[in-house]
Every structure is written in C-alpha cells, then in structure tokens.
Design a binder for this molecule. Structure first.
Ligand SMILES: Nc1ncnc2c1ncn2[C@@H]1O[C@H](COP(=O)(O)OP(=O)(O)OP(=O)(O)O)[C@@H](O)[C@H]1O
Ligand SMILES: [Mg+2]
Length: 225
C-alpha cells in the first residue's frame, strides 16, 4: 500500500535506514551532545536566506526525535511561506494563526501524523501581520502551554535576513540551528544572520550546511559549538 506521507522530503520516515536518514540522526546526536548540561526542549530552525532547506531539515529532525520515543511537535511558524501542511498532507487552516486569533483552541490545533509520537501544528491561514502575531503575548503563552504537553518542539521559521519573524521567536527557544545551503549562502549574510541571532541571546546550538556534496548519499553536514 502506498504510504500517505510519501513526499520525498520525509526520507527519515520513508527510508529510515538510508544514509541521508543517518545524517539526521547525526544532527540529533550533535544537538543532544551539546545539551548535556541543559535540556533543549524548544529548537528553532532558521537560515540566512530562502530555500536553504529549513523545512526539510525541521521535518526530518522532528521525525528522528519522534522515532526516539520523544513526544514531538513540529510547528510551522513560517507564516509567510508555510509548507508543513503540504509535506504531511495536513489541514493548513487549523493551525497557529487560528490559535493566535482565538478561532480555535490549542487542543483543536495540532494534528497527529503517520509517524508515531509526532504531531504537527500547521501555520494556519497566512495572516497580514505575521511578525506581530509571532511576537505577541499570546504566542508566548501558547508556546509555554505546548512545552508542558510535549517533550520536544521544533519550530520552522522564515529566513532571518529577509524578515525578523525568527528573531522574535528565538528568545523563547532553547537554541537555534542555522541552516545554510552549500554554494548559495553567502559568507557575509551567514555571519550577519549569526550576529542577529546572537543579539537575541538565544544560543546557536548548531549549524547545518545543506547540500555539501552532489552525491545522493550525503546531503547534510552538522557542526556544533
Ligand atoms: N540537500 C538537498 N538536496 C536536494 N534538494 C534539497 C536538499 N535540501 C532541500 N532540498 C529541496 O530544496 C527545496 C527547498 O527546501 P526547503 O523547502 O526545505 O527549504 P526552506 O529553507 O524551508 O525554504 P523557504 O525559505 O522557502 O521556507 C525543496 O524542494 C527541497 O526538497
Ligand atoms: Mg520553508
């Protein structure tokens, strides 16, 4: 039978023993290793520019954490260009923006997936004011509530040198992972992005250089500090 969630992006689910899935487990191990003295419960994923692979990495990282038995929530906080509803074939509208505007309750918002232990909170309808929404008090209280309910939260966001949505959320996360794309992320822009994150005082817990080699088997490279 064909799997419902069969998008090629979800390699960690569809082909858990493949070399690319191993790369996601390596990223997970890197995060766990750097969190020896403090537990990272909320991890924010962002990048210097669009199209670096944030959403793909967020989704697969969420899958490998769920596979480890952690009750995991993947939040699509890219309210400008949401993709998680498509990747997991879920309803877009019963998502974050609907919770933030009190259209639905938090309990009605996140949706189970085919992956055991993994839930997704889609973006909801694209609002006119994503930045205000994400920096609202309501957003903080929603996150606090979710932190009680889940072992791990992964937040996919917009690229930071274009809009500051990820920066307003960074202080509410335990750490940020910066995803850059081999060959297209400019050094200057990456430095600027790292500097902007540093100013939020959220620790950068890792950097993923996506697409290091053209070889199918080796997409991701993780460096932690
Ligand atoms: N290592 C890779 N090799 C080949 N294709 C990739 C790789 N990583 C991501 N992609 C593809 O590149 C495209 C962009 O990836 P993705 O949507 O994850 O990026 P993004 O950073 O979330 O983009 P945006 O800034 O638009 O939200 C997708 O079609 C994805 O399947
Ligand atoms: Mg994306």
């Amino acid at each position: 039978m064909k799997k419902k969630t069969d998008r090629k992006q979800l390699v960690a689910f569809n082909d858990p023993n493949s070399p690319v899935s191993e790369q996601f487990k390596t990223i997970r191990a890197g995060i766990d290793f750097s969190s020896i003295d403090s537990t990272f419960k909320t991890i924010l994923i962002t990048s210097p520019e669009a199209g670096s692979g944030k959403s793909t990495i967020s989704a697969n990282l969420a899958i490998v954490y769920a596979q480890q038995g952690k009750k995991t929530l993947l939040i699509d906080a890219d309210l400008r260009k949401p993709t998680i509803h498509k990747t997991f074939s879920k309803n877009l509208y019963t998502g974050l923006s609907a919770v933030l505007t009190d259209e639905i309750s938090l309990e009605e918002s996140y949706q189970p997936t085919e992956v055991e232990n993994l839930f997704v909170l889609t973006s909801g309808a694209i609002p006119p004011n994503p930045n205000e929404m994400l920096s609202s008090k309501k957003m903080s209280s929603v996150l606090e509530e979710l932190q009680q309910q889940f072992d791990l939260i992964i937040i996919d966001t917009s690229p930071i040198t274009i809009v500051s949505d990820a920066l307003v959320l960074a202080p509410q996360s335990d750490g940020v992972i910066l995803v850059t794309r081999f060959g297209s992320s400019l050094k200057e822009r990456t430095k600027q992005a790292a500097e902007q994150i540093r100013m939020t005082r959220a620790p950068i817990i890792g950097a993923v250089l996506n697409g290091v080699t053209e070889k199918k088997s080796n997409y991701y490279y993780y460096a932690y500090k």
